[in-house]
Design a protein around this ligand. Structure first.
Ligand SMILES: [Zn+2]
Length: 199
């Protein structure tokens, strides 16, 4: 017998690091020592279990569509992010580095819910032209079916605080990913949070 009581709507939780919809940006750091409790190996990188299983399904779907993807970066602890950020600062100078890499504690990679992907042949790896490659084009159009969104879209730098990164996918779950994809909005907009600061 059908119930007339609607299923409880899933209300996304944006503040808790344990939530798959947590928002981490230039305004919203994680504790430096935070490590997700349920990391698994997903295609050679570490992701939280739910995101990792979704990544493996997405990777299989991409391969079936002749757009194979590989994972090049998943979970990164804050100390590794500190090294990365200072190497960007050394190479590009402060302002450019801030648009290209997060300060320690502010990287989504520390959540275990973000994965950087590439083509197996490395075409346009970590470059904006990745969106024109098989892996980049497929992921932009299909990632949401597996719960992933392009976290730093083109033209959204003033909102996200970061340059366009077509290779950086963020797991938010299928329902929320579909809503974000259909609306064409960033995580900050979905969560009704202020735009990231422009430091
Ligand atoms: Zn990334």
């Amino acid at each position: 017998m059908e119930s007339n009581v609607p299923a409880a709507a899933v209300v996304p939780e944006f503040d808790s690091p344990a939530s798959i919809s947590v928002v981490v940006n230039k305004d919203r750091p994680l504790d430096a020592g935070y490590v997700p409790p349920d990391l698994i190996d997903a295609g050679g990188v570490l992701l939280r279990a739910e995101a990792g299983h979704a990544y493996l399904r997405m990777s299989a779907g991409a391969a079936e569509a002749s757009a194979a993807i590989t994972a090049v970066s998943g979970f990164r602890p804050a100390n590794m992010q500190a090294d990365l950020h200072s190497s960007y600062t050394d190479s590009y100078g402060g302002p450019a580095a801030e648009a290209l890499s997060a300060r320690p504690g502010h990287s989504e990679h520390q959540t275990g819910l973000a994965v950087d992907i590439a083509n197996p042949d490395g075409a346009c790896s970590l470059q904006s032209c990745f969106d024109g490659t098989p892996a980049g084009s497929w992921a932009a159009g299909n990632g949401h079916r597996y719960g992933f969104v392009v976290r730093y879209p083109a033209g959204a730098e003033a909102i996200t605080g970061y340059s366009y990164e077509p290779w950086h996918l963020r797991y938010v779950g299928e329902e929320m990913a579909r809503q974000m994809f259909d609306a064409g909005i960033t995580l900050e907009e979905f969560a009704d949070l202020p735009a990231a600061p422009g430091y």
